[in-house]
Ligand binder design. Structure first.
Ligand code: HEM
Length: 363
């Protein structure tokens, strides 16, 4: 399923020009929403979740949705509620029965909704022209059935699970990182100045493209530093050792469950000059050129590294730069930069605590 998902993520544009264009188009919708607040403080969560979810919708279903489409907004809101609930301390520690029931209810409603979407796609399925991941899955399923292969992995349950995983893994992660980025900008106005100076010098008012990244070392460093400091997935997904192994002097038996602690690397005091501060210079050399760092691994590493990395990196770069081209982000009136709270909200991912920001138009 992972291999099939990876191939199709690539086929439906991930990391390619097509998805770049889709992200740029989605930015325009997001910017319009930000403008409607006319510089007044608002919570950025919903519009950012909708914009990022639409990228997964394009890949999975083959089309985006309008932000006022109740079918879409309820799907996104439920998915994000699920991610918050699933990682909440009460579920993790006490297996709180009320939250478990709530999770099951949300899951069932999302499942029903997806079944409706799948059946609409089935009715108009054209094997010669797959619109997205679901089409490709259905065509493969059909082909296997026609050639008499039973018991394959390509059945309805796996389709549903994979779609859930793509939404679950591909929405809240990227959206939370973007919100951290805007919060760090409001908290560090001098760094925001430097990003905006670089953007106006190198790009001006035209749309930012992925190939501009090489000319925007400071902005690129700010995005990397956002991912490093926010460390939104402090504990990556659990794995199991496939053989006996000795790691850093510790013997780990085959079949042991292992939780990689990504934060232990992203905040490692022996790797980073200022591990607990927002310090973009971690990714810059003395001449201001961007430098890669070995200990930067927010997407994990190895065979199970995040398959959405290139899409996520493209989204973070284009959404972040486009928003900063158009808006100056500041704390709400009466709140100082120091008072902006950086305590994360604990869920399956670490997202910023609920807060409001002003997006003051600067273009
Ligand atoms: C800033 C954004 C993102 C971050 C920080 C992130 C990080 C991660 C991490 C740490 C893992 C666990 C890797 C491991 O098991 O060792 C993971 C897995 C995964 N991610 Fe992402 N991810 C992001 C965005 C995305 C996007 C956009 C997609 C979808 C296209 C995606 C799809 C997945 C999937 C399907 C898995 C499970 C892979 C497997 O178990 O083999 N992620 N991600």
């Amino acid at each position: 399923m992972r291999r099939f998902a990876l191939t199709n993520l690539r086929d439906f544009g991930m990391g390619k020009k097509a998805s770049e264009d889709k992200i740029i188009e989605e930015c325009d919708y997001l910017i319009e929403v930000f403008k409607t607040f006319k510089g007044e403080a608002f919570d950025t969560t919903q519009p950012i979740n909708y914009a990022v979810s639409n990228m997964i919708c394009s890949i999975v279903y083959g089309s985006r949705f309008e932000y006022d489409d109740p079918e879409f907004t309820s799907l996104v809101d439920r998915t994000n509620r699920n991610i918050q609930l699933a990682g909440s301390p009460s579920v993790q520690v006490t297996v709180h029965i009320f939250i478990q029931l709530k999770l099951l209810t949300i899951f069932a409603v999302n499942q029903k909704h997806n079944l409706q979407l799948f059946s609409r796609l089935k009715e108009t399925l054209n094997p010669q022209m797959c619109r997205g991941f679901v089409d490709a899955f259905l065509v493969r399923k059909q082909n296997l059935e026609e050639s008499g292969i039973a018991n394959s992995y390509f059945h309805e349950h796996n389709l549903m699970q994979t779609v859930f995983h793509l939404f679950g893994a591909g929405t809240d992660t990227t959206a939370s990182t973007l919100r951290w980025g805007l919060l760090f900008m409001a908290k560090n106005p001098k760094i925001q100045d430097q990003v905006q100076e670089e953007l106006s010098r190198e790009i001006g008012s035209r749309n930012v493209q992925v190939e501009d990244r090489k000319n925007l070392p400071f902005t690129n460093a700010v995005i990397h530093e956002t991912q490093r400091l926010a460390s939104i997935l402090p504990i990556a997904v659990p794995h199991k050792t496939s053989q006996d192994i000795t790691f850093q002097g510790h013997f780990i038996k085959k079949g042991t469950k292992v939780f990689p602690l990504l934060t232990s690397v992203l905040h490692d005091e022996s790797e980073w000059e200022r591990p607990h501060s927002f310090y973009p210079a971690h990714f810059l050399d003395k001449d201001g050129k961007f430098v890669k760092r070995e200990a930067f691994m927010p997407f994990s590493a190895g065979h199970r590294i995040c398959p959405g990395e290139s899409l996520a990196r493209m989204e973070l770069f284009i959404f972040f730069t486009s928003l900063l081209q158009h808006f100056r982000f500041t704390p709400p009136p009466g709140v100082s930069e120091d008072e902006l709270d950086l305590t994360p909200r604990v869920g399956f991912t670490l997202s910023p605590s609920p807060h409001k920001l002003c997006a003051v138009s600067c273009m």
